[in-house]
Design a protein around this ligand. Structure first.
Ligand code: SF4
Ligand code: SF4
Ligand code: SF4
Length: 250
C-alpha cells in the first residue's frame, strides 16, 4: 500500500484564523485528512516538532518570537515542500501595519511592560526561508485550500489563475461596482479566488489575497488619486501589507 504523505501545520505568531478556516470545512477537511498523515497541527497540540521529515509543512502567521524563528527554521529543514498559509505568512498581513507606524510607540499601546517583548519589523516568511508555494487570503478560503492541498500531496506545485477580483464580481452577483460609484476598491489589482466576497457584501476589497502577478498598478493608482486623498489610499493599502508592492506609484 502507498504510504500516505506526511503533513504538518504550524502557527507562528498569529490569530490562527487560517487554521480555523480548515476546521470550518468540517467533514470535507476530515476527508482530506484521510489521505494524509497529519504529523503535527499547532491548533490541536502545542508540542515541539516531532517528526524526522514531512512531505509538506504549512506555515501560518508571522515570525516574531525566538520560538517562531526556531519552528520556521526546523520546519524548513524537515519539509520537502514548505507552504505559506495565508496572508500573514505570505505577505506580512495585518501585523505589517506596524511597519508603517512608530513601532516603539505602538507596542506601548498594547503592553504595559515591554522589556521582554519581541518587537521586530514584520516580514513575510520568505525573508527567512525558501517558500515553495503560498496560499493567499486572510483568512484562506477553505475550499481553495482543499483544491491546492490535494495537488500538493500528489507532489505537484499548483497554479492559481492570475486574474483580478473584478472578474469574479459579476459572477458573485454584485450589482453596483464600487469604483464606478467613486468609492475605493482594490479589486482591479487583487488576486481573484475569493469569489469577490467583500464587494458582494458592499464592502470594498482591501486586497487580502495580495496583488496578482504581472500587473502594472500605475493607472489604477492614478484613478484612485482622483477619488481619494493620498492618505486614505495609503491607509487602505497598508491594511494587508500591499503598500510595498505599489510604493513607486504612490
Ligand atoms: S492571514 Fe489572517 S486569518 Fe490567517 S493568521 Fe493571518 S490574520 Fe489570521
Ligand atoms: S466592486 Fe470592486 S471588485 Fe467589484 S468590479 Fe468593482 S472594482 Fe472590481
Ligand atoms: S474581496 Fe478582497 S479583501 Fe475580500 S476576501 Fe476577496 S481579496 Fe480579500
Amino acid at each position: 500500500m502507498r504510504k500516505k504523505p506526511k503533513i504538518a501545520i504550524f502557527s507562528l505568531t498569529s490569530c490562527e484564523g487560517c487554521q480555523f478556516a480548515l476546521f470550518n470545512l468540517g467533514e470535507k477537511f476530515f476527508n482530506f485528512l484521510r489521505k494524509v498523515e497529519l504529523a503535527q497541527c499547532s491548533l490541536l497540540e502545542e508540542e515541539s516538532l516531532k517528526c524526522d521529515l514531512f512531505d509538506i509543512a504549512f506555515i501560518e502567521g508571522n515570525p516574531i518570537t525566538k520560538d517562531d524563528f526556531k519552528i520556521l527554521k526546523e520546519a524548513r529543514e524537515k519539509a520537502k515542500i514548505l507552504v505559506a498559509l495565508g496572508n500573514c505568512a505570505a505577505l506580512g498581513g495585518i501585523p505589517e501595519m506596524k511597519n508603517y507606524q512608530n513601532k516603539e510607540k505602538t507596542i506601548r499601546i498594547i503592553y504595559k511592560h515591554v522589556d521582554n517583548i519581541a518587537n521586530p519589523e514584520i516580514k513575510e516568511i520568505d525573508n527567512f526561508v525558501k517558500v515553495d508555494f503560498s496560499i493567499p487570503g486572510c483568512p484562506i478560503n477553505g475550499e481553495e485550500f482543499l483544491r491546492l492541498a490535494n495537488e500538493l500531496v500528489e507532489g505537484k506545485i499548483p497554479e492559481i489563475p492570475q486574474k483580478p477580483v473584478c472578474t469574479e464580481c459579476p459572477l458573485a452577483g454584485t450589482k453596483d461596482c464600487l469604483l464606478r460609484k467613486k468609492e475605493p476598491c482594490l479589486g482591479p489589482i487583487t488576486l481573484a479566488g475569493c469569489r469577490a466576497i467583500c464587494p458582494k457584501s458592499r464592502v470594498m476589497c482591501y486586497g487580502c489575497r495580495g496583488i496578482f502577478k504581472n500587473i502594472n498598478p500605475k493607472n489604477f493608482i492614478i484613478f484612485l488619486k482622483r477619488i481619494r486623498s493620498q492618505e486614505e489610499i495609503e491607509e487602505n493599502l497598508e491594511i494587508f501589507g500591499i503598500k510595498d508592492d505599489v510604493k513607486k506609484f504612490l
